[in-house]
Design a protein around this ligand. Structure first.
Ligand code: CO
Length: 297
């Protein structure tokens, strides 16, 4: 069973994400810049007594995940854009991970509803003993009911203290076999729906990174940036934008490339839909209880 103080921290992180989802949704209109939305979300998390768990992902249309604005990003929201906002807060490392999709200044349509309904159907399935692929089957069926496809190579995941993507992985279709859910497990379920081919591929851009460990680094600038990363972001992912505020974008990009090549830092490629299809995403974090799920985001 989960100790009461740990439970409390998950709920606290979740409360923060609920408020930030609401305020960011109210801000998300035509003409707003990606940077303004990102700054609002990340600073609100801190103002509410939490810490970010990862840079906010703001992925538009066929961009599916791992996009976070650069410090000088020129991105602006346009009417009808499918904007996926995936945000995370943590309290002492206990993470709330959640996402919603907005069609900017336009009513929700099948694409938006498909991932949301799939998540609700998946949550209804959650209880100890249910296998992850059975959850995937329901997600797949719900999305296909709209004449759309799930993204097959993105999955939900387990959460643990300072672990953003742990076991079990929760597929968005029936993989044929899966681990049974255990009482007390903390999981995030995140269906993605698309009118494209149903798969993501790497884009060449990398805007989110994670510290791996120290290796010998010759370049003085890279050594300096690595020291900042080790001190500020030892466990959870960070944004190129955050380091750019200290080192400028040019120097940050240069140092990060060097650190990735030296295996000190891992780079997450931006992910885009294989056929350029539009994508929606909805995500909640939850604790598996004796007879269901306690959704806390
Ligand atoms: Co997640």
């Amino acid at each position: 069973m989960m100790p009461p103080d740990v439970h409390e921290k998950y709920l606290h992180a979740g409360e923060i994400t609920k408020k930030v989802k609401e305020s960011s949704r109210a801000l998300l209109h035509e003409g707003v810049t990606y940077v303004d939305l990102a700054r609002h979300i990340e600073s609100s998390i801190v103002e509410l007594g939490g810490t970010w768990a990862f840079p906010v992902n703001i992925s538009v249309n066929n961009v599916t995940a791992h996009y976070t604005p650069t410090i000088d990003d020129t991105g602006v929201f346009h009417r009808g854009d499918y904007v996926k906002v995936d945000l995370g807060a943590q309290v002492d490392g206990y993470i709330a991970d959640t996402a919603y999709t907005v069609r900017v200044d336009s009513p929700d349509d099948d694409l938006v509803n498909a991932s949301r309904d799939a998540l609700m159907a998946a949550i209804d399935m959650v209880r100890p003993g249910v296998r992850t692929n059975e959850i995937g089957r329901v997600i797949d069926e719900t999305i296909r009911g709209y004449g759309l496809k799930p993204i097959e190579n993105l999955t939900g995941h387990g959460l643990d203290q300072y672990v953003q993507h742990g076991p079990p992985s929760i597929p968005n279709f029936d993989t044929g076999h899966g681990a049974p859910l255990e009482e007390g497990a903390v999981i995030a379920i995140e269906p993605f729906a698309t009118d494209g081919g149903g798969r993501v591929v790497d884009d060449e851009r990398c805007l989110i990174f994670k510290y791996l460990g120290d290796r010998p680094v010759r370049l003085p600038l890279a050594r300096q940036v690595l020291a900042t990363i080790r001190r500020e972001y030892p466990a959870l992912p960070f944004a190129q934008r955050w380091l750019s505020e200290v080192y400028t974008r040019r120097k940050t990009e240069f140092a990060l490339k060097y650190l990735v090549r030296s295996s000190c830092v891992y780079a997450f490629n931006v992910l885009k839909e294989v056929d350029g299809g539009s994508v929606s995403q909805t995500e909640h974090s939850m604790i598996v209880t004796k007879d269901g799920a306690e959704v806390y985001t």
